[in-house]
Design a protein. Structure first.
Length: 367
């Protein structure tokens, strides 16, 4: 049985909890909806989705949908406030990284309307979204992390990859701030030979050092990049929650990954991964629902990849572990006390299946 809180809960404040979900076109929208609709308190949920794309797939899963400006647009917050007023929204759940800083810094606009936003403080978001600052934090805390270098020009890049034994060893290059694997490349000598060219689909990630340098030298300014050792082992994604009195970390092995999205997962309550997540999230002062990603090195030691200070795309897997971390975030944001947690279940194998969805006369039809 999942958490049931007596007293003044969300269900007693209103017959229906009205939630606005940003980034309704994000891959995790169906899972987020499942977690909300299947909440353990049996609270009735009304959902409003918003996205910059008026044909975002999420519009066919939510109860109502609005197109909004890009988060960088000055009109973004104003438009959200208008929608919240029209729809009598109680809570906002951000789903995409690019909106987090804007929503966090603009939280007072929603507080004045009596609306809660499930997002951490601005300085926390900035820290969590910066991979370089995260690596530096893990180093200061004595937590395992990949060896890394910050480079700002071609000479520094060549020196950094050489220190990591490239080309004998693969090396990872990525910008300090990005999302959805944008800018991430795995340096591999002779990344594509004739046999691979003829037999494999391109993955867009592997590249040689020479090819990367050619690309970067085409720009007006050399970007800041982090160069790290390549971690060859199993990858873990941790679905986590932190509130005033309770922390939860639920690791899952990412068994099958396509374009950064995990399609098959096995929940595995690995103690060291849980410990690193709890220590890091407390040091960062992350709140509500968020995630970390780790990968094993050649010795089987889990090392930090990144933090996602928001609902993760496959976080719905936590529902099947016995603890709905998305719903915990909702309850914490609305000021409910969470007293205890049920035992977690493991192992749980979760496979993400993309059902075929057709749109006929503006209505979704599952195929």
């Amino acid at each position: 049985m999942l958490i049931t809180i007596s007293g003044l809960g969300v269900s007693s404040m209103s017959n229906v909890l009205r939630i606005l979900i940003t980034g309704a076109g994000a891959p995790g929208i169906k899972g987020t909806m499942f977690a909300l609709k299947n909440n353990p308190d049996k609270t009735s949920i009304y959902t409003v989705g918003v996205d910059i794309d008026d044909q975002a797939v999420g519009r066919y899963f939510v109860d109502n949908f609005y197109k909004v400006p890009r988060p960088e647009d000055d009109a973004y917050l104003e438009k959200l406030c208008q929608i919240c007023d029209i729809e009598d929204i109680d809570l906002i759940i951000p789903q995409t990284t690019r909106e987090l800083s804007v929503l966090s810094r603009g939280e007072d606009s929603f507080t004045d309307l009596g609306i809660k936003v499930m997002v951490s403080d601005p300085q926390v978001i900035d820290m969590a979204n910066n991979k370089l600052k995260l690596l530096q934090m893990f180093h200061s805390l004595g937590l395992p992390h990949p060896e890394y270098h910050l480079v700002t020009n071609c000479e520094e890049l060549i020196s950094a990859v050489s220190s990591l034994d490239y080309p004998k060893q693969e090396v990872v290059v990525k910008p300090p701030v990005s999302n959805g694997m944008r800018g991430l490349r795995i340096l591999k000598e002779c990344a594509w030979n004739v046999d691979r060219f003829l037999s494999e689909k391109p993955n867009g990630v592997e590249i040689s050092l020479e090819e990367l340098i050619q690309i970067l030298e085409r720009g007006e300014k050399w970007p800041e990049l982090i160069v790290t050792e390549y971690l060859p082992g199993v990858e873990y994604s941790v679905d986590a929650f932190r509130g005033k009195t309770i922390q939860v970390a639920i690791p899952r092995v990412r068994d099958k990954i396509l374009n950064g999205i995990s399609f098959a997962n096995t929940i595995e309550l690995r103690d060291d991964v849980i410990e690193y997540t709890l220590v890091a999230s407390e040091h960062l002062n992350l709140l509500y629902t968020f995630g970390f990603q780790f990968k094993l090195d050649s010795y089987g030691i889990p090392k930090l990849l990144e933090c996602n200070p928001r609902v993760q795309g496959t976080m719905v897997a936590s529902v099947f572990s016995g603890v709905n971390v998305i719903w915990l975030g909702v309850k914490e944001a609305l000021g409910e006390e969470i007293k205890e947690l049920p035992p977690l279940r493991q192992p749980v194998y979760f496979r993400r299946v993309w059902a075929g969805v057709g749109i006929v006369d503006g209505k979704s039809v599952e195929i």
